[in-house]
Design a protein around this ligand. Structure first.
Ligand code: SFD
Ligand code: AMP
Length: 623
């Protein structure tokens, strides 16, 4: 691509991504870099103000421990996360985020984020760990602080990172391309943070045609973190631990506020509450079936059992919950009317703050939450280590908490020297959400500066290898340009496959064979092996991805990234010979939880041979 300029940026610390974890890392790294004379650079594929999962805003901060107020302890949070993940969690990482997360929340408030207050000036909790916010502008506020800390000259927006640069077994930066200009970027760095979110669109979504592109998590988080870490040769963990959120059907409105703040029930078409009628099923998943709150996947599972028996649709009983909350005012018509208005406002704001399309769907289908119940459903699988899933890189824990097996020098560094991960990109430390991802970013931001300061030696860059990378990055555009005239319709061509078609193929095989919506989240060894066969063919065809312009080039690379996430997932489910997270996925041939699998499943791709290594890693209890 002779007419694509190559831009080389030399820096010490490179932050890939501009979301919650990246913004946390930026704020902290800006501080520690000054002390150490380091340059910090951030690259986001989009515009930081509205990039990533918090783009639309949020209506709650889902992790606040309240350590100072003595509301909870760090141990309480570790217990909560361990139980919710059916025993599989890195307690050192969870504890470290828990002890720092309140600091991030207090910073958000200082920067201007409105957090709901009660009559005494205390935070209004949605649930034990969650705070209510007016969060439409949450991301803008957090991004502004990051931009101020780093300085806009050190930030590259609308630059898509395709993969890592390596100097032997050390990560030495990243390469990518501008999605607006004809530019290839080479970022040379002493240390790199992968904070490019999770992966959406690996499985076929429920939405089709008219709603394609609508998903719960942002479709622009497309597996870049996983691809980056895999291609660097880093060890990954919990790649089988996908997340299936239950959401208001078709527009993916959140349920947390309804269950926790409004104390709503969910019932089936027969008015039965599956949490009660199916309580006996929880015994089969002891000890985790017996904890409070019931783990998210088991809540899903009880609901799915109803659906599989034909007892759906499932409804959130919004009308019932609102009536109950207003009941105590019913003898005073004026107070009753005021309370009803307040509840109605809160119900709509919950969506308007973070899932605007759900408010639009309610409005366009004449749903009034105070009058009618509203359908909920299990969504398609997502890869998101920061919420209730756990997939991500296997990173070093903090020196003061981590056992020796989980500590290798720098907190949040992956098993590859110089490559750090945080937020959705780091695994086995679920339930960090927006605030915990920011806090983990801050932890990583400090640690990465320490690494960069202590590892200043010059790195080697192979110009010929970089030129080859450039060629590979733009190959889809070249293929398209050379061949698009060979058919009358550019989207059907024997010489290339366009990203849209490629993505549909990926989503179909994952949906049908790896336990997507169509397969009722059920899979088995035979299905997974079939999926691997199809993935191998898809991988061959990925060499033939075509792209008509820069935007489609981004789509092409997004889908290559997704394909690697898919393979890591399928191989990990296959390797773990049990069902541990029914409600996320069910292995019909291994339908029970097995104590022999009370361990992590880690995997690694050898970047040179493209061979996968799978292994069991012992689980260390600390608290
Ligand atoms: O409850 C590249 N989340 C919620 N968290 C909360 O605290 N409260 C809530 O109310 C939450 N809810 C919720 C949430 C998310 C969504 C989508 C909805 C509702 C509808 C979860 C949090 O948002 C989430 O945990 C964090 O944002 C995770 O942080 P991080 O940093 O790991 O990911 P990110 O913020 O999405 O940022 C990713 C960044 O990477 C960029 N990027 N950059 C360069 N090159 C590439 N190839 C890239 N690929 C991606 C992105 O642009 C972005 O900047 S509730 O309903 O669940
Ligand atoms: P959600 O909107 O489903 O993402 O939920 C927001 C937060 O509330 C997350 O921390 C969830 O784990 C938690 N949550 C949602 N529903 C329930 C429930 N029924 N019981 C306990 N916690 C819940």
């Amino acid at each position: 691509m002779a007419d694509f300029e190559t831009v080389v940026v030399e820096t010490d610390v490179l932050i890939c991504g501009g979301g919650m974890a990246a913004c946390g890392a930026a704020v902290e790294a800006a501080y520690w870099s000054k002390k150490n004379g380091l340059k910090v650079t951030l690259v986001d594929k989009a515009s930081m103000d509205r990039s990533g999962a918090v783009a639309m805003g949020l209506s709650a901060i889902n992790q606040y421990v309240g350590l100072k107020d003595g509301q909870n302890t760090m141990n309480d949070y570790v217990d909560y996360v361990r139980n919710d993940l059916m025993g599989i969690t890195r307690e050192d990482l969870v504890a470290s985020i828990a002890r720092h997360v309140d600091g991030s929340v207090h910073l958000f408030e200082k920067w201007g984020l409105p957090i709901w207050k009660d009559a005494d000036g205390g935070y209004v909790h949605e649930g034990r760990w969650q705070l209510m916010i007016n969060g439409e502008s949450y991301k803008i506020i957090v991004a502004e602080a990051a931009k101020n800390a780093l300085g806009v000259d050190n930030i590259f927006e609308r630059v898509f990172i395709t993969g890592p640069l390596m100097d032997g077994d050390r990560c030495s930066g990243a390469v990518g391309f501008s999605v607006r200009e004809n530019k290839f970027y080479v970022f040379k760095a002493k240390a790199t943070l992968a904070a490019m979110g999770g992966a959406v669109g690996v499985f076929k979504p429920r939405s089709s045609g008219e709603g394609a592109g609508r998903a719960w998590y942002p479709p622009f988080n497309s597996g870049a973190s996983t691809y980056f870490t895999l291609k660097a040769g880093a060890e990954m963990t919990c790649q089988e631990v996908r997340f299936i959120p239950v959401r208001f059907k078709d527009a993916y409105g959140p349920v947390g506020a309804w269950f926790l703040l409004f104390k709503s029930r969910a019932t089936n078409a027969l008015d039965e509450n599956y949490m009660q009628t199916r309580a006996g099923e929880l015994e089969n998943w002891a000890p985790y079936g017996k904890v409070k709150p019931v783990p998210a996947n088991l809540r899903n599972w009880l609901m799915m059992l109803d659906v599989m028996e034909g007892k759906g649709p499932i409804y959130m009983r919004t009308e019932e919950a609102i009536a109950k909350l207003a009941e105590q005012y019913k003898d005073d018509p004026k107070a009753f009317k005021k309370k009803m208005k307040e509840l109605e406002n809160e119900a709509w704001e919950d969506f308007l703050d973070m899932t605007i399309s759900q408010a639009l769907l309610w409005a366009s289908t004449n749903v009034q939450p105070e009058e009618s119940k509203s359908e909920i459903a299990a969504a398609e699988p997502y890869f998101i280590g920061s919420h209730s899933g756990a997939s991500g890189a296997w990173v070093s824990g903090p020196e003061d908490i981590a056992p020796p097996e989980y500590f290798w020098g720098y907190t949040n560094m992956s098993t590859v020297k110089g490559l750090f991960c945080a937020g959705d990109a780091s695994g086995a430390s679920s339930h960090k959400f927006s605030s915990g991802s920011h806090a983990e970013g801050r932890i990583a931001g400090k640690s990465i500066c320490k690494f960069a300061a202590e590892n200043k030696d010059a790195l080697n860059y192979d110009d010929a290898a970089i030129a080859k990378m450039k060629e590979a990055v733009f190959k889809p555009m070249v293929l398209f340009e050379e061949n698009c005239g060979k058919t009358t319709q550019a989207d059907v061509n024997p010489h290339y496959i366009l990203p849209k078609m490629f993505q549909m193929r990926l989503q179909k095989m994952m949906d049908e064979y790896a336990g997507g919506v169509t397969a009722q989240f059920t899979t088995s060894e035979a299905n997974l092996n079939k999926c691997l066969d199809l993935l191998a063919l898809l991988k061959e065809d990925s060499e033939k991805l075509g792209a008509k312009d820069l935007h489609e080039l981004m789509r092409a690379w997004e889908n290559t990234h997704r394909m690697y996430q898919a393979e890591a997932h399928v191989r990990s489910i296959l390797f773990r010979e049990e069902t541990r997270w029914p409600g996320y996925y069910f292995r019909s041939d291994k339908p029970k939880m097995d104590a022999n699998w009370e361990c992590f499943v880690n995997c690694r791709l050898d970047p040179k041979t493209d061979e996968w290594e799978m292994k069991k890693v012992p689980l260390k209890k600390i608290f």
